[in-house]
Design a protein. Structure first.
Length: 339
C-alpha cells in the first residue's frame, strides 16, 4: 500500500489551484484526476476578478490564458436593458488549468487517468493509496462527500459551446433573463478572443430541456457540453480525515452558478490551514470550514436565497426587472468605489 500525506481528488480548477498554493508552501501532495486532459467540465469561462478582498490575478500569479478584461455586463429582460459594472475576466480555462498544474507540479504530483472510485478507512481505491488528509475537489458527484456522510446538493443544469460571429458588443458580457428564452435561469453570450462562449442554464430540469431545445435551434451546428451545477447553501466541508473544496460542497454563487473564484479562494484558505496542520501535527479540520464561512459564507448564502426568491417566488417579470435594477445599481456602485 502506498502512503501519502495529502491526496487531492480532482484536477479541476479547485484541485489544481490548491496544488499551486501547497507547492508554494513546499508541501508535497498527489492529485488524482480521472481524465487525461484538463477542462472537462462545461463552463462559461468568466471569472469575477475581485471577491471578498481577493483578486484572481493575485491568486493566479500569471496572465496566461486571460483573454479579456470585461468591465461591464448588459442584462436583457422583457422590460429593457440593465447595466452591471463588475470586472469579469474572460479566460481560456484549459490554459489556466494547465498553468495551475505547471505550478503545482513544482512540488507535487498529478496523476491523470486515475479515477478514484471509492474511499474506505482513508484508503483510495482502486489505487490502494492511504492518505493522512484527503481533499475532495471532485465536483458535483463527489465521492469524498459520500465518504464523510454529507448529503448531496440540489442541482441545476447548464450547457455551453463556442461560436463565432455573434452580433453583440464584444467589449461587454451579455446575459438574457427572459422567461420566453428560459424559465428559472438565463442564457449568456461571453466574448473571448476571436469567438464567444455561449450557453444556457436553469434551476429546473423541465425548463432547462425546453429552453435548451430552442437555444440549440437558434445556434445549430455547435458542439455542446453540459454540466450539473450544485445549488444550495454551502454544505459541511469536513469530516473524518477529509475536507471538501468547490462544487463538492456548494462553494458556488447559486443565483448565477459561478464557482470558479469561490473555489480558488477556498483552496487558498485550505492551503493556509493545511500548512498550519502539517507544522503542528494537529489536523483541526473544522478550522477550514470556519475560515471559509467567515470569508464567503454570507455571500454564498445570500446568493442562494436571492436565486430562490428571484427565480421561483417572484412570478412577475416586471418585478424581477425592477429588483434587478436596484441590485445592479448597488453592486456597480460597490465596484466603482473599489476602483
Amino acid at each position: 500500500m502506498e502512503k501519502v500525506d495529502i491526496a487531492i481528488i480532482g484536477g479541476g480548477i479547485a484541485g489544481l489551484s490548491l496544488g499551486k498554493f501547497l507547492a508554494e508552501k513546499g508541501l508535497p501532495f498527489v492529485i488524482f484526476e480521472e481524465h487525461n486532459e484538463f477542462f472537462r467540465k462545461a463552463c462559461g469561462e468568466g471569472i469575477t476578478q475581485k471577491i471578498a478582498g481577493y483578486d484572481f490575478l493575485d491568486l493566479y500569479g500569471s496572465k496566461k490564458g486571460v483573454e479579456k478584461e470585461i468591465p461591464e455586463t448588459i442584462i436583457y429582460t422583457k422590460y429593457g436593458e440593465i447595466f452591471l459594472e463588475m470586472p469579469i475576466l474572460m479566460i481560456d480555462k484549459n490554459k489556466v488549468e494547465e498553468e495551475f498544474a505547471k505550478k503545482a507540479e513544482e512540488q507535487g504530483e498529478i496523476r491523470k487517468g486515475e479515477k478514484v472510485k471509492k474511499i474506505e478507512n482513508g484508503i483510495l481505491f482502486p489505487q490502494n493509496v492511504k492518505a493522512k488528509l484527503i481533499v475532495g475537489a471532485d465536483g458535483f458527484f463527489s465521492i469524498t462527500r459520500k465518504y464523510i456522510n454529507v448529503r448531496n446538493p440540489k442541482e441545476a443544469f447548464a450547457v455551453e459551446a463556442c461560436k463565432e460571429n455573434i452580433e453583440k458588443d464584444d467589449s461587454k458580457c451579455h446575459v438574457v433573463l427572459r422567461d420566453s428564452v428560459i424559465k428559472h435561469g438565463y442564457a449568456w453570450y461571453f466574448p473571448k478572443k476571436g469567438k464567444w462562449n455561449i450557453g444556457i442554464g436553469s434551476f429546473n430540469k423541465k425548463y432547462f430541456r425546453e429552453g435548451f431545445e430552442k437555444f440549440k435551434k437558434e445556434n445549430n451546428g455547435l458542439e455542446w457540453r453540459g454540466a450539473y451545477i450544485p445549488m444550495g447553501k454551502p454544505l459541511r466541508s469536513y469530516g473524518k480525515n477529509a475536507i471538501l473544496i468547490g462544487d463538492a460542497c456548494c462553494q458556488v454563487f447559486s443565483n448565477v452558478g459561478a464557482g470558479n473564484m469561490p473555489s480558488i479562494i477556498c483552496s487558498y484558505i485550505a492551503s493556509e490551514c493545511i500548512e498550519k496542520w502539517v507544522r503542528n501535527g494537529n489536523y483541526e479540520l473544522e478550522e477550514y470550514e470556519r475560515k471559509c464561512r467567515n470569508v464567503l459564507g454570507k455571500q454564498l448564502k445570500y446568493s442562494y436565497y436571492a436565486g430562490i426568491i428571484f427565480f421561483k417566488l417572484i412570478k412577475s417579470e416586471y418585478m424581477r426587472h425592477k429588483i434587478l435594477e436596484k441590485m445592479c445599481k448597488s453592486v456597480s456602485n460597490f465596484y466603482r468605489k473599489m476602483g
